[in-house]
Ligand binder design. Structure first.
Ligand SMILES: Cc1cc2nc3c(=O)[nH]c(=O)nc-3n(C[C@H](O)[C@H](O)[C@H](O)COP(=O)(O)OP(=O)(O)OC[C@H]3O[C@@H](n4cnc5c(N)ncnc54)[C@H](O)[C@@H]3O)c2cc1C
Length: 434
């Protein structure tokens, strides 16, 4: 299916909520809205929409293409992880950044290096909205304190690309931090906008297994017996590795906590958006540098955070090396095998993807178009039984969950409804991923 308007992308559940379409729309017809069961979604104002199709040009939900990889790409990694020039493990040298960071604070430490020594004027990323601890907003950080305030993973809708237009007003280059889909949206926006092309100096991606909509966070609050209105502060992880999910209550020093295994493993990951289940890029293949967790071994209680850091471009390589020299980050080179050993779930999802997309196409469900990923080669690595289970599982879910039909309506600010049923939650948890 050729998508001509962003509301069609939303209706077919291919929107990931990056927000890039909003600044791309010169007529100002798009507003980003957080729909608790779905995620951030652009809502079209029909009286302002010129039907020009500019919005879909920057959408990472419908198409992602790789060009030729650098000749320095590590051959063992290219088929399943994209261009990786170097693999590093370590942590931010600044102990506050390391402690408050999601993993080892690498994303923040590298962004701080770019700000303080690399000539960047700001870092565009996300943080929590003052006074609304469950809401994420775009932030342009210009200092260590501002970066530090935004450390940690937010396992809820976040749309850093909604404010890509801010970059145009900043005097010098800007560092961008986001999820892999945010970085793809950034790259597409840069291809359409010479100012962005020139001004976004470096793109840092965090690894991402998929974004849960706000309904996932509400479920955590339910489990902790906390009302959303009573929350003063909500941290999903960090302050230790991986740290605990911690809710601080208003007007009291009381906190409620849940282990990361329970909050992410048993709740949030089951809420992930539909489109995230079809994502070929969980590790930021289009960024200069990407950061994730080195989960290749058991993390001992009380262990300080560590990051897995991938240099994906020449520029990324140079920044990592200069940041080490300047004392912003402590990293050691590790073998390529550390990547698959650390991210088994992401590898498994990538290997299932070709079959998932095939089954959806057979059922006439529109799917994203991916170029340069060798998903068929990845699929061949699955055992035969797993391939059959994957195909059957996809068919069952597509039919039973009504994904065969679009959501309606997406225009005019009305809440999106599943055309199959208005009672069942649109993104109710799914346990099995096969
Ligand atoms: C939805 C989600 C899924 C994840 N899945 C995986 C996974 O499968 N494997 C894995 O190893 N790690 C995963 N992570 C963790 C993530 O990769 C780590 O945060 C990463 O290691 C960076 O850690 P750090 O300490 O270097 O980052 P920090 O120094 O803590 O900086 C984090 C940066 O990420 C930005 N950020 C936080 N949340 C979001 C968000 N939702 N959208 C855009 N930007 C954000 C912040 O603004 C900040 O700049 C996930 C995180 C999220 C938000």
């Amino acid at each position: 299916m050729k998508f001509k308007r962003i509301d069609e992308v939303v209706e077919w559940r291919l929107c990931m909520g990056c927000g890039a379409c909003v600044p791309q729309c010169e007529g100002g017809a798009l507003t980003l809205v957080d729909i608790p069961e779905l995620g951030m979604r652009p809502i079209v104002n029909p009286s302002k929409c010129r039907q020009c199709g500019e919005c879909v040009k920057v959408c990472p939900g419908i198409e992602i293409s790789h060009e030729l990889f650098s000749s320095q790409t590590i051959p063992e990694l290219s088929q399943e992880w994209g261009p990786v020039l170097e693999v590093w493990e370590g942590f931010a040298a600044d102990s506050d950044i390391r402690y408050r960071g999601s993993s080892g604070g690498a994303a923040t430490a590298l962004a701080l290096f770019c700000l303080e020594k690399g000539g960047a004027s700001g870092a565009l990323h996300i943080g929590t909205k003052p006074g609304a601890p469950l809401t994420n907003i775009s932030v342009l950080s210009r200092s260590r304190e501002e970066l530090l305030a935004c450390t940690g993973s937010r396992y809820s809708p976040a749309a850093p690309c909604e404010k890509l237009n801010w970059v145009e007003d900043v005097s010098g280059p800007v560092v961008f931090i986001g999820k892999p889909c945010d970085v793809v949206a950034l790259r597409k926006s840069q291809a359409n906008n010479a100012v962005l092309q020139e001004k976004v100096g470096t793109a840092i991606s965090i690894f991402c297994a998929g974004t849960p909509p706000t309904a996932g966070t509400y479920k955590i609050l339910d489990e902790l017996d906390v009302k959303a209105g009573d929350v003063e502060d909500f941290r999903y992880r960090g302050c230790g590795w991986p740290g605990v999910t911690t809710v601080r209550m208003k007007n009291s020093s009381q906190t409620r906590q849940m282990t990361y295994e329970d909050s992410w493993g048993n709740i949030l990951c089951n809420y992930r958006q539909f489109r995230c289940r079809l994502c070929p890029d969980s590790t930021g293949e289009f960024a200069d540098i990407s950061c994730g967790d080195p989960w290749y071994r058991r993390v001992e209680t009380g262990e300080p955070g560590r990051s897995l850091v991938l240099a994906r471009t020449e520029k990324g390589k140079q920044i990592i090396q200069e940041a080490i020299k300047a004392g912003y980050i402590e990293l050691v080179r590790v073998g390529p095998g550390t990547v698959p050993d650390s991210q088994k779930a992401l590898l498994n999802r990538r290997r299932h993807l070709w079959g998932r997309l095939l089954m959806m196409k057979l059922l006439l469900v529109p799917v994203p178009c991916y170029d340069g990923f060798d998903l068929f080669g990845n699929w061949l690595k699955l055992p035969a039984v797993e391939k059959l289970r994957s195909l059957a599982g996809t068919m069952k879910r597509v039919v039973l969950r009504g994904w065969i039909r679009p959501l309606k309506p997406a225009i005019g600010g009305a809440k999106l409804q599943d055309s199959n049923s208005s009672e069942r939650p649109l993104n109710s948890p799914i346990k099995s991923e096969s």
